[in-house]
Write a protein that binds this ligand. Structure first.
Ligand SMILES: C[S@@+](CC[C@H](N)C(=O)[O-])C[C@H]1O[C@@H](n2cnc3c(N)ncnc32)[C@H](O)[C@@H]1O
Length: 216
């Protein structure tokens, strides 16, 4: 099936996310910075990295390897232009995270910000687990439902509306259940609010014991 992300110019996506009425680009980068400072990983993978939002935060930290993955080749190309030679141990991969069993050597921290809304959750969790080191951390930033606001905020960048039909918000229960089946144990959760008013949740997991899908 054709992925609508392949039809969205990076300039439209980035301008949309930076609008004060959306205000999510800076928040996503800030939360990555907080995670790097909290866990001091040696290696980080950013899944659905777009043009490399937040890659800067690895400079001058414990991180010696930054892996970026995105399905859109133009986004990866732009990330390369921006960050090659500036970000420690940069590795970039063009891939569908649902389809790829082993894309890169496992990392200490995986950050997935606003991506699980567009993929098969169970399949993706199992792929993420195979890329997360023993005692590694998975951090997922997800959009929470809003009573009045559309899932995809209206903006002058109409191409973003291509995402609306396939976008699915996941409940925390479902996220935790699928994470558990894949072998992640919950660590912390917190909610943050973007300047545009949308609430986002950050769920952190540690690689742990696989839950039994048959258990209730
Ligand atoms: C809402 S954006 C989040 C981007 C980024 N985290 C940021 O800081 O803005 C979702 C990103 O995930 C990518 N994406 C969507 N589905 C994907 C998939 N199946 N595999 C890999 N990347 C995917 C899109 O191309 C897009 O760059």
């Amino acid at each position: 099936m054709h992925n609508p992300w392949l039809d969205i110019p990076l300039a439209d996506y980035e301008a949309h996310m930076a609008l004060p009425t959306v205000g999510q680009a800076q928040l996503i980068a800030h939360e990555l910075d907080v995670l790097v400072r909290t866990y001091s990983p040696n290696s980080v993978a950013i899944i659905g990295c777009a043009g490399g939002n937040g890659f800067d935060c690895a400079v001058g930290t414990s991180v010696s390897r930054v892996v970026g993955v995105d399905i859109n080749p133009q986004y990866i190309e732009r990330a390369r232009e921006r960050y090659e030679g500036r970000t420690p141990g940069l590795e970039l991969h063009i891939a569908d995270i649902q389809a790829s069993e082993r894309l890169f050597d496992p990392v200490d921290l995986i950050y997935v910000a606003l991506v699980l809304e567009y993929v098969d959750l169970a399949r993706t969790m199992s792929v993420l687990k195979s890329h997360c080191d023993t005692n590694g951390v998975l951090a997922v930033l997800s959009q929470l439902p809003h009573e009045r606001m559309a899932h995809v905020s209206p903006s002058p960048y109409n191409s973003l509306q291509l995402l609306a039909p396939g976008m699915r918000l996941t409940s925390q229960e479902e996220l935790q259940r699928q994470a558990g089946y894949a072998g992640f144990a919950p660590l912390h959760s917190r909610t943050v609010v973007a300047t545009g008013g949308k609430r986002l949740r950050i769920d952190e997991f540690r690689t742990g014991v696989r839950a039994d899908p048959g258990a209730s």
